[in-house]
Structure formats: structure tokens, C-alpha cells
Design a binder for this molecule. Sequence first.
Ligand code: PHE
Length: 438
Amino acid sequence: MTVGLARARSSLHFVRIAQYRRLYSTRPPSLTLLGKEYPTDSTTNITDAIADKVGRNLYTDPAHPLGILHVLVSSHFHDFRSHVGLPPVVTPAQNFDDLGFPPDHPGRAPTDSYYLNRDAMLRTHTSAHEVETFARGERRWLLAADVYRRDEIDASHYPVFHQMEGARVFGADEAGRAEVEADNARLEHHLARSNIVIEDVPHISATNPRQEAHDPVMAELVAKNLKLSLNSLMLTLFGDRGGVNEGEPLRVRWIEAFFPFTTPSYEVEVFFRGKWLEILGCGVVQQRTLDRARVPDSISWAFGLGLERIAMILFSIPDIRLFWSQDPRFVSQFTAGQISTFKPYSKYPACYKDVSFWLPGSGLHDNDFCDLVRDTVGDLVQDVVLIDYFTHPKTNRRSKCYRINYCSMDRSLSNEEANAVHTQVIANLKDKFGVEIR
Ligand code: PHE
């Protein structure tokens, strides 16, 4: 009995040392990002492939599709103060706690977000800057930034993308009410003369309530102002775009939504080229945010929209990796201030390779697998699909099989080259996660 225990202990010890070696060999004591040093810890999961993207600021290039779209949104809200270039490293408090995310929200997990260490992360949304921007006393503001989320790999998901956030603050008094009423009248007049059909939901309902602190009339007026402002933005982005809607009205649909930092909350969808597309999330800002920013006696709305999805539609860009391409055949197609249709220069053949393995006891999250592939082969990976997952009935060991599609955006990949990168993926997989290849 004693002997048995001792043996069990020593094999456990062995496992721990093996894990420690793996962690130790892949995790330096500190890392440097944008000239700042961060001590690492067990939450550190940012990869080199991601760190390489930090600071590229694609949206600030006026001739890049993301930059063209950024300018279009900013000029629509021309009397809003526009912010760019905010550093992407924030605290989990800025990204989550200050906005009312519950402690067990899945977005906080290291499988979903990139951490430099437990106190510093890459923002997952531009809302992470709401408190500091409101705190500057700005009453109409826009903010564009790169945001980071760990995710699957396919044509429309990339771990770095771009968002714009916008907000407008009104005084919670007679003057504020007069201001919002005047602006609503102006916007209603503009929309009434435009070719737009709106499917609406009530501004406020039992399932999408106003806040206790808000005067009921003012809450309605501000929610209405949010909707009118964004309907007008949808017209700028999608309305009568060079015959795309062929004289048909633009259809916009409002849906009740939930965000921890707004109520009431909504999502906006637009019917474009035969499909309903989800465009943005928005709502009336939780009073807690304005309190934290020390903006008294006010009521505000805010929205956040993803630039890639809209740019893919407007410019007909088929693969999200293309935004990062420096190939002249991509970049030379776009001109500042113009929405044009991208002409694919070629399609290179897909090259599928499978990898099957037994999972380590601690398991392996799909996002960990995807980051390892991206970190090993960069943008040569087009998509990754889990094609098999089972537990062995006798041994209880779990097995996964992923199919990786290697395909360059810029050139044809030889089978030897695909084999070479795939071999490297397998080597890194064994090395980093201790899997057993089948
Ligand atoms: N930050 C939210 C997201 O990334 C969008 C949002 C912004 C919602 C502002 C409401 C208000 O999904």
C-alpha cells in the first residue's frame, strides 16, 4: 500500500516536471510589447503571430479598405471627436469589470482572450475605452482600434480585427431634452426623405428595460436618437450604393439584444445582396459607466461596429486574411475615399492535411490548436476544421483529428512546402502540448 502510494507520487512528480519543462521552455520570464516589458505568468498566452500584428494600425491608412471605411464613418459623424491609435493593452478591469461583465463571463477565459499576464490583456472590444473617453468630458466621440479575440480559423474569422465605437451624451435636464428633441426632428426629417424601410422594436420593453435612474420620457428620447442616428449611418454605408440596391429601399432591422454595459440594448441588421447581415451592437449606456467616468446628470447612447465584416461586403473581399496582405495586387486596387469592387487576382489550390492525436490529460482547446497553427505557418492557413473527436471506450483516452487547409493568398504552394509546414505544426504540437500523434 505504502509502496503503491510512493510509486503513484513519483509518477505524478514526473508528469509535473514534464509539464514544467514544457511551460518553462515556451515561456520566457517577461515579454516586451510596444516598448513595454510585462512579466509573464500562467495566464500569458499571446503568441508571436499576434504580437507581430500589434501596431500595424491598418485602419489609419486612408487607401486601405479599412481606412476608407473608417473615413466614411468618421465623416458621417463629422461633429464627433475622433480618436485613433490608443494602445491595445488594457487591464481586465477596463475590458470587463468596469463594464459590468460578471466574474464568470466566458470572454474572460484565457481560451477566449489574449493575456500578457493576469493584469494586462489585449482589448477584445473598443468598449474597453468607454470610461476614460467619457471621463475626458467629451459629449460626442468616435474611436477606432484593433481588437483581439481567440477564435476558430476560417474565411471570416481572424484573431485581430477592427472596431469603431461611438457615443453621444445629453444632459439629463431641460436643456438636454431640448437638444435631443431638436436632433430627433432633424434626423426624422432626413430619414423621411430617404429610401429606407425600418423594421423596429419598441425602444423600451419589459425584456429590454430602461434604467431606474432615467426619466422615462428622456430614456425614450435618447433610445430614439440612437436609432435615428444609426439608421442614418446605415444609409451612408449601404444606401443607393451605385445601383447596388437598384432603386429598392434599404432594409434595416432592429433586434433586442443584451450587453452588460447598456440597457436598453439592440443589434442592427441590414438586408444587402440578398442576405440579412449583422452590423453592430448598441444601447443606452449603463449609468454605472458614466458614474465611474464622473459625468454627472447625463444620459448617453453608444454603439460598436466591426469594420472587417462591413468592408468585406462593401468591397467584395472574400477572405479576411486579405486585409493584412501587402501584395501590390491587393493594395493597389484601392483608392482613398472610394468604395470599389475587389477583383480577385487568382485562386490558388487548397491543400488539405490532417493531424490525429491523443489529447494530453489536461485536454486541448480548439483555440489553442488554432493559435499554434497560426503561430507556426502564419497566413498560409486558410481554415481549420475539427473532423473527428472521440473517447476510446476502453482506455477513456480522447482523440481529435483536425483538417488544416494550407493555401497562400499570393502564390501557389507546392505539396513539398505544405508537407514541410505541416511537419513543423506536428512537431510544435508535440513539443508544446505533449500530444501523442496517432
Ligand atoms: N462592444 C460590443 C461588442 O463588441 C458592442 C457594443 C458597443 C454594444 C457599445 C453596445 C454598446 O460586441
